[in-house]
Design a protein around this ligand. Structure first.
Ligand SMILES: [Cu+2]
Length: 124
């Protein structure tokens, strides 16, 4: 569904760019985050941060180890739109991870993204 919505919305924006300028601006992505995409950390801070360019309703945050194991994340679906979200950080062993988020834009369309990061403790 998310992909279909994205395609429909891309078509709308292409066809009616000027008329629907405010629809286009409802779409955003993560501007800054902890963890950062591509970064390596000895440990994570107590909270993860996702900072969007526009207010969104954060719908899901999932973390998975590259070798396939999902990690429990204490995430509660956002009740109202905001630009910044803090999520309690799970304790992670050394390895490579992908954080996947989904969020709802003001126009109701679902956006999603990934942040790849790694934990490599100094002891190694
Ligand atoms: Cu849209």
């Amino acid at each position: 569904m998310g992909t279909l919505f994205n395609h429909l919305c891309a078509g709308l924006i292409a066809a009616f760019l000027l008329t629907f300028a405010n629809v286009a601006s409802a779409h955003t992505t993560v501007k800054t985050s902890m963890p950062e995409d591509g970064a390596v950390y000895a440990t994570l801070p107590d909270t993860l941060q996702l900072n969007f360019g526009q207010p969104v309703r954060l719908a899901s945050v999932k973390i998975r180890k590259i070798d396939g194991q999902a990690v429990d994340v204490e995430f509660e679906r956002a009740k109202s739109a905001a630009k910044s979200f803090a999520v309690p950080a799970p304790i992670l062993s050394d390895g490579r991870y992908v954080l996947r988020w989904t969020a709802m834009a003001k126009d109701g369309h679902v956006m999603k993204g990934e942040i790849a990061f790694a934990i490599k403790s100094a002891a190694d």
